[in-house]
Each structure stands twice: as structure tokens, then as C-alpha cells.
Design a protein around this ligand. Structure first.
Ligand code: GLU
Length: 384
């Protein structure tokens, strides 16, 4: 059985679906989850590779411990997740095994993605699971994920998995049908936005304003997750998986907002540099270098570097900032921070004299550099 999909979408070979805790636990969850798995099974049966990013561990643990309110203590949240995670998986096992589909549990923290070696290992595991026609079910590894290594919100984890799996579509299922120009819960005149062709400052502000008015599980991070994947060339859908079905979110424009990709799919290496690898510092460049990098697609040379912040070594990822402080690109450096400080503002021919050797002409070679703004306008990459 094939699922109907919106006409704007391409043929779907790999889809990442993120599900929030409310969908899994709020009254009516039995039927809601059963229908969701039926739709995912239909998508899987059509030959599409399906990855599920599922929250719910803490909520399931709270239920087992009979806690009415989410605990504020992080260790207690972690204990809830440890108790709840396998209960959550049992539930998925029950539904997917009925459909004859194997599932595989994958638990992660940011550190696992930022470390290139572990990232590549994870990629191999996920692709092997998909080759075996299993459905990977991904969640944050809450037992170890505290503070800076936490995703804290599976919207960003879902986006990262979509990048890693080079998905065609990232579906973020929530309790509203995507974006509205006003609060749909309080304003009857609120207009639904079915398609976003490009992200704008007013759109971001709209999501931000709505967050203050009522909770929809944080539309700001959902929008940011959609922005990241669309910049990497992947379609994103924020849709209602609460009152509506996954099938409707995928097929009916009124049930979801579709975000169109901003460019062709980026290579795996560029996706990691741009959106996953942690920046260890930044290079502030001058206007001439900005034009060379953004408009002419050139490498970054020492002559264009005005100043260096942070401590990093050759091979690390850094932000490239324009003089006004906007991050316009990101790349992997050929030289460490102190070496770049020594050669900034100088011609490539002077590098050898300053460093006692010249392994590279460029501070960042074009192949290791990803431009994050369009040559025409210059919005900065949303900061974490
Ligand atoms: N990993 C969390 C869970 O499964 C989801 C994110 C959160 O609610 O903190 O419950």
C-alpha cells in the first residue's frame, strides 16, 4: 500500500520522522500510536527507508514511577529515562513486530556526532540497519547527556539524523499543523502557511512570538531544525501528528507546513562541516575575502584574515565571520590558531618566511569550506 504524498515532494527514498512525547502519552495515545505505526509501515512497505527519532523515555519513566510532574532534577530525569527507554522500545517492538518489521535502538549525545570517528561509525550502523530493512529508533542517550552534550530537544537530534542519513525528507510531528501567521488556538483568523520557499527573519520572529503566547513544544527549535536541513538540500515538514495522522501530514497541505530545500543536496563531508562539527574558534575576514569566498567560490587565503579567536589546531572546524560579526561560512583549517595569527594579512608567498615552511597556500581550502549565506543576501547561520 502506497501512502499519498504532497505534489511538491520528490520520490522518497529515505525519511526521518521525529515524534514528541505528547503524541506518545497524551490521552488517546493507543489509537494515535497504532495509526502512526500503520502509516510508517505503509511507507516502509513502499520501499522507503524509515528512521524514527522518538522522545518519550522520560515520560514513560515518569509513568512507571507514578510522577505527575516532570522532575526538575536532572539525575531524576535521567533515572526516568533509564526506566522509560526500554518500556518505550517494548511498545515499538509490539507494534512493529506485528507488521513483521525489525527495529534497532540507537542512543546518542551531541558528542557522538561531533567526534568524526564516532559519527562515521554511527553512519555505518544506521546504513547497515536500513540495508537490513530494519527501522532504527533513535533517542538521546539521557543517562550520559547532561548540559552541553545534551540535545535537550529531539528537534535538533532529528535534524542531525536527517543530515547524517542524507534523507530526502525530515518530518517533525507535533501537536499543530505547522506554521500559522498568528496563534491558531486563540485567533480564529489565524492563517495556515502550507509552504515555506525560503526562511525569513519575519518567519523566525513569528515562531518566536508564538512561543511566548502558548506552548507548542517550542516552534523556534522546530523552525531552526527545518532551516538546517533545508540549507543542506533536504525537504522538511512540520505537521500535526496529534489530531491528524502521519498520512495526512504527508499528503494534505492544510495539515503541515512544507519547507523547500534551499539548494541541491550537500555532500556528506560538507554537511558535517556546516552543521554538525563543533566550531573551535573563528576567523574574522575582510570584505575582499568575503567576496572571494561567498561570491567567487574561492579558498580563504591568509591575506584576507583580519583576526583569529579561539584555540584550535590544523584540521579543526572554525567559523568564518564577516567584519560585522555574522558567520558566513565554516571550514576545516590547514593551520592552527597561532600559525594563522602569525600569517594573517600576509601574502601566500610570505608564509614560508613567517612559519619556517609552507605546507599550504590556503588557510582553508575551498573543498573544506561551506558557505552558509547566499551570494545575494547575507543572513547569518542561526547561532546555537
Ligand atoms: N530524550 C528525551 C526523552 O526521551 C526527549 C527530550 C526531552 O524531553 O528532554 O524523553
Amino acid at each position: 500500500m502506497h501512502l499519498p504524498i504532497r505534489k511538491e515532494l520528490p520520490r522518497l527514498l529515505t525519511v526521518v520522522v521525529k515524534i514528541g512525547s505528547r503524541i506518545l502519552t497524551a490521552p488517546g495515545h493507543e489509537k494515535r500510536v497504532s495509526n502512526l505505526i500503520k502509516d510508517l509501515t505503509a511507507l516502509h512497505a513502499s520501499g522507503c527507508r524509515v528512521i524514527l527519532v522518538s522522545s518519550g523515555a522520560i515520560a514513560y519513566g515518569m509513568e512507571a514511577l507514578k510522577l505527575k510532574k516532570r522532575p526538575s532534577s536532572i539525575p531524576l530525569q535521567q533515572a526516568c529515562a533509564a526506566i522509560g527507554q526500554h518500556r518505550l522500545m517494548q511498545r515499538y517492538e509490539h507494534f512493529f513486530s506485528t507488521a513483521g518489521i525489525l527495529i534497532g535502538q540507537v542512543l546518542l549525545t551531541w558528542d557522538d556526532l561531533r567526534c568524526k570517528k564516532r559519527y562515521l561509525n554511527l553512519r555505518n550502523t544506521l546504513f547497515r540497519l536500513l540495508d537490513l530493512k530494519a527501522v532504527p529508533i533513535v533517542n538521546e542517550n539521557d543517562s550520559v547527556g547532561v548540559e552541553e552534550i545534551r540535545f535537550g530537544n529531539n528537534d535538533m537530534l532529528g535534524a542531525q539524523i536527517a543530515l547524517l542519513a542524507q534523507a530526502d525528507l525530515f518530518v517533525n510531528l507535533t501537536d499543530v499543523g505547522g506554521l500559522y501567521d498568528r496563534n491558531p488556538h486563540t485567533e480564529t483568523a489565524a492563517r495556515h502557511i502550507p509552504v515555506v520557499a525560503s526562511m525569513s527573519a519575519s518567519l523566525r520572529k513569528m515562531a518566536d512570538d508564538r512561543k511566548k503566547e502558548f506552548s507548542v513544544g517550542g516552534m523556534t527549535t522546530k523552525l531552526k531544525a527545518a532551516e538546517i536541513v533545508t540549507r543542506a538540500g533536504i525537504y522538511a515538514l512540520i505537521g500535526d501528528g496529534f489530531d491528524h495522522s502521519f498520512r495526512e501530514a504527508l499528503s494534505k497541505p492544510q495539515s503541515a507546513t512544507l519547507f523547500l530545500p534551499q539548494q541541491r543536496k550537500m555532500s556528506s563531508r560538507h554537511r558535517w562541516i556546516a552543521f554538525t562539527g563543533q566550531s573551535s574558534g573563528s576567523l574574522i575576514i575582510d570584505d575582499g575575502a568575503r567576496t572571494a569566498v561567498v561570491k567567487l567560490g574561492k579558498s580563504l587565503l591568509p591575506a584576507g584574515v583580519r583576526s583569529v579567536t579561539g584555540t584550535f589546531k590544523a584540521g579543526d572546524t572554525v567559523d568564518i565571520d564577516s567584519p560585522d560579526g555574522k558567520t558566513i561560512a565554516r571550514g576545516m583549517v590547514n593551520y592552527g590558531a597561532d600559525e594563522i595569527r602569525a600569517i594573517r594579512n600576509c601574502k601566500s608567498s610570505e608564509i614560508a618566511a613567517r612559519l619556517g615552511g609552507k605546507p599550504f597556500d590556503e588557510v582553508i581550502h575551498r573543498d573544506n569550506l561551506v558557505v552558509l549565506v547566499s551570494p545575494h543576501d547575507s543572513p547569518s547561520l542561526p547561532k546555537d
